[in-house]
Design a protein around this ligand. Sequence first.
Ligand code: HEC
Ligand code: HEC
Length: 430
Amino acid sequence: MLKRIEMIAIYSAALLVAGAFSAGDASGLSLFNSRNLERWLPEEFAAIMSLRLNQLPAAPADPSNAVENSAAAIELGRRLFADARLSSNSMVSCASCHDPAKQFQDDRPVGQGVGTGGRRSMPIVGLGHSPWLFWDGRKDSAWSQAVGPLEDAVEHGGNRMAYAHQIAAHYRSEYVALFGPLPDLGSLPANASPAGTAVEQIAWQSMDATSRDNVSRIYANMGKAIAAFEKTLRHSPSRLDRYLDAVSKGNSTPQTILSPQEINGLRLFVGKGQCISCHNGPLLTDQQFHNTGVPPRDSMKPDRGRAAAVPKVLQDEFNCLGRYSDAKPEQCNELRFIATNDPHMEGAFKTPGLRGVSLRPPYMHAGQIATLEDVVRHYVNAPHAALGHSELSHLHPEKKPTGKEHLERQPIVLSEAEQRDLVSFLGTLH
Ligand code: HEC
Ligand code: HEC
């Protein structure tokens, strides 16, 4: 029913535009009538249709989080996400850096919490589709991700013992209803953590093993509630989706939704620009890690990205195979079969989804690139990687057979006008 109303809306918009053109602008009319723009080759048609939001399957279940579908967990998570008491200065919440009014990110080049971080805050809508979290994928679930920033020295700056006391003070009944009775925390220190300051670590060591386990479990459960909330966040259809919907229905006037320049940009995105080889599917990401030669923020501190993250996720006490996970070991295949020692992971970062991208500069894992014009130029200018080998580098000085030839890409060659078209297309994704 809704779809029909949408079609009527598109149709009347088309009539309006047609009217405007015939009233004055003769050249506009001929452009409007041109069928050329809508002629998609079969392989192009399949590619553009694969980007539609309605092709997105439901996010897979996370067997390591038993409460992810619980309404009570979602509600508790929603409140924890916005609670600035959960920080060392009572001023930082998840929402400080993941602002719901800004696609759950913060428009800054690098995160700003109780201190300044080294990477850009990521928009978190659609995270349930991502097997690995963070730019380098050093977490294997949304709940184990959520406990990271809470103890990060420059983000929330707090410690799990203090958070357990906060849960007991402010969220006791909600917590107990979901996870069962809270242990008695009365005799435990105010601040303690295995990951905190030297003083906090000493306090943590002074606690007995059962108390440490109890506190870590409360901490993991906070993560599980937050993850349940995050998983409810969904994208709304974009202008591109409305256009593709019209094209798929054979509607004769989809140009009223995208401009000729935007349509040409779409054609380049799925064709000559090769963007779709990594930015694919309804979220415009392959969820994989690639080295695209983005220069580090600080050349003295190159960021190894995925290569350094693999050992971290394997050792993480909150991973899918750990004691706080609700999964059976055989449900942790991503972790069990993780690629170790893959040289292509040196300097590689997760392909970001591109929905809403034009509204959230700056770009890349540490906000290194200010505008979309410069992002597209980066792809055309054959970047060399600071670390490892960029998949996009045009130069292959010694061409020894590596067995990975299929990973090598053709150079991305685009004229100035084509680059502008591609940028204008990126503005249709919200
Ligand atoms: C100080 C700013 C800051 C705060 C506070 C913060 N984050 Fe983040 N968030 C970031 C940054 C920066 C990254 C990327 C870090 C990296 O890759 O190393 C990130 C990444 C993420 C991701 C990964 C998304 C993906 O697609 O991989 C999720 C999910 C997330 N944050 C959720 C949270 C939650 C939940 C909280 C609160 C418990 C939180 N963040 C608190 C800055 C922040
Ligand atoms: C080899 C895979 C690959 C190809 C091909 C590719 N990208 Fe990317 N893209 C990435 C990765 C990985 C990042 C993040 C890199 C980083 O931060 O170091 C990225 C980042 C971006 C960003 C920044 C988004 C953000 O939130 O920071 C935009 C915009 C973008 N790409 C657009 C494009 C366009 C347009 C093309 C085609 C010309 C393209 N990409 C081709 C993998 C790719």
